[in-house]
Design a protein around this ligand. Sequence first.
Ligand SMILES: [Zn+2]
Length: 189
Amino acid sequence: MPAIAPRKSYRVGRSKTGLGLFATMPIKKGTRIIRYFGPILDCRIPEQDEIENKYLFELNGRWTIDGSVRKNLARYINHSCRPNAESDVRPRERKVFIRAIKNIEPGDEINYDYGTDYFKAYLKPIGCKCPSCENKRKKQRAEARVERAKVKARAEQKAQKADAKSSNKGAKPKKLNGHAVAKKSRARA
Ligand SMILES: [Zn+2]
């Protein structure tokens, strides 16, 4: 019997990409957080097979959950490539539960991996906005910035060297005379 999180352990809140589901209390790894539910659609019935929305959860080749119903708060859970929860799909029972795969702290957004098909169809074309991908992009941008700065510095150095060479040809290098280092101690003695 899995541990089941109480209803009040999560709430709908604002996330970076719209709305999301957030933990309101600590949720232990392995805990069943919420059920993803809605009418069960049978793809062998044409009018059910025609239903199209972004909350469809395919159980297997035949059955799909239409999670677009208002009461299904699990529909607010966003995708992440490094999630803290997963979908526990039970085709025979025609049920899906979202289960914590990490300890989740209050305030953390709950997310699970929507899977390769969804990623390819919906996320890849627009760029995945999950924290893990955002961080990756941030890192790549920072690395690119460092690389550009290096290239620029090298170019400047080269230009300076070339400059120095050409200006040194005629003039003699300047020498400092020693006046600046006159010592007070000697003056007193
Ligand atoms: Zn991602």
